[in-house]
Design a protein around this ligand. Sequence first.
Ligand code: MSP
Length: 662
Amino acid sequence: MSTPRAKPKYYLTTPLYYTNGMPHIGHTYSTIVTDVIRRYKRMRGFDVFMTTGADEHGVNVERSAQKAGKSPLDFSTEIAAQWKQLWDDLGIAGDEFIRTTDEKHHRTVQWLFKRCRDNGFIDKGSYTGQYCVHDNAYVVEAGPGDPCPDCGRPTETVTEENYFFKLSEFQQKLLDFYAANPDFIQPESRRNEVLSFVNGGLKNLSITRTTIKWGIPVPGEFPHVFYVWFDALIGYLTAAGGPDYDQRGLWPADLHIVGKEIIRFHAVYWPAFLMAADLPLQKQIWAHGWLLFDSQKMSKSRGNVVRPRPIVNALGIEPLRYYMLREIVFGQDGSFSYDAMVTRYNSDLANGLGNLASRTLTMIERYFGGEIPEPAATQGRDMYVPAAADFAADALTNITKLYDRFSFSQALEAIWEQVAAIDKFITVEKPWALADQPENRDRLAMVLYSAAESLRIIAALAHPVLPEATRKIWKQLGLTEPLGQVQLDQVAWGQLKPGTRIGKPEGIFPRVDKSETIARIEAMEQEPTKAQDAAPAAAATAPAATPAAAAPVVTKIGIEDFAKVEMRVGLVKSAERVAGADKLLQLQVDIGDEVRQIVAGLALAYKPEDLVGRKVVVVTNLLPRKLRGVESNGMIVAASLPDGAPVLAGFIEDVPVGARLK
Ligand code: MSP
């Protein structure tokens, strides 16, 4: 029996990523898109659950582990932890991170296999064919010596005694299902591709292997292990409760987000397995295109990957989210370029939304003492209110329609048309001139009210893509309801209450120098992956404020920028290791008027007991951040040696705790 839910559930998934390598921005794109849909669906009244995870079996992982001199499980455990850490750090972790090595997953796979077998859809047989090790798939159309048509690598001739899934029996059932559910496979181009594949006839599918050891054992059938794809797809169901799926009320999944190269597995094999096991089928699959770099699919084997951390360290995660969703038409391939990303950042975020928010709020602060003005119905009203209020009505409907169709790029384009329109409206109305004319006080109020109210609606609409920036704008507008819980069908014009105290206007997206930013990202890209993916050497920092430790380009800043950093003398009261992180220490540091918890990357150079009683330099006004799940409220200043070892900054003379550094 499923648990009754107050809201309709929406269960969505990313692919489960292979643990034979580290994520690049292609994988990051899939997870970001899924996170955007999750946030959007929440604002449309759904109780959303998102699964991501690691696909850990198969020859590729086994071989990578061998190269690293580790057991497949140890190797895969380390890599899976790094994937999970990345999603956590980027704020895009799912509600469940499923590992295909989890015991509960083994049970689900074995259970589903038994159901298919009991229902008569599994047979034993022997098979000789061309196998692509890289793609973990037999290439039916290849002969001995032929390359794999997907990845171009040589195929290997393999003969095995296997269990076969009777896929051929599902051809008509699948075709009937696709016909009855025209939205099952999206976009249309992928649906056509799948239809022609299935129309061309389906061969039975070998779902166990005896040639490899690294897989889930087929019960009572040693040395058979399950084929990695049979195993991995079932991960979506494991995350929803496995054999007890009906108790969670999550299954069937509402949406699988995948890259286009794995559409066949999701749109043909997976529904066939589910039909054979007599289980409900997922409701929809959306296949997105590829991120291309130098006109080719970004992939580890091509060596043309771009990693997410350098971008996030230099610019922040939100500019990357915005760029990907705005620039790539969802469902199509898109080229990635640093130049285009930074250009978008400056034009749409710094000069666009950031500037609109800061000029609107600054003027409300200046001309109305920081309170949302009362929009009296007076002269000039007709000139501008209809445009802005119409926006609320029309744009809300249009933009939610675009989001509903996952037309993210168009939705953002439409939102940014409004950003430009309100910006222009302010420029035309010249509030700074109206402010000098006491007779135009009402008009000034109406102009600034309209700008602020538009900003509120824009923030709500852009929230799924820019969760943090819009939250800041929301707070600066004096709004207290958590933005992520706001329902888009309730965001009507006129809800901003006059008299509301706004927060302190602060910059959201500072303009950046394009070539210098790209140089910084590229310098970080040169650093070895290990250093990139480890926690920062000296504690926690907000991404956008982190100058790359090893970047050769150093930005010159004015004294006023330096003055924004508050540094104080702190006294370490206690120190202990952070479980599961070999570099991190969790410290309690007295900074004069309070004791702060700080997580610092000092453990390789300092023992916890050596730090207690030591005076250190603390950056005290950094945004809080979680490292390995532990909140950090500040940063300990340390020099970083070429091998990455930290050396603490300290004092020769005695200094009082809490003293400020200038
Ligand atoms: N393990 C399988 C999926 C099993 S799902 C039950 C797999 N893993 S993978 O690590 O290779 O990840 C593939 C997914 O990563 C793609 O489907 C896509 O979502 C994403 N991408 C990998 N490279 C990509 C690009 N260059 N561009 C966009 N997305 C890409 O396949």
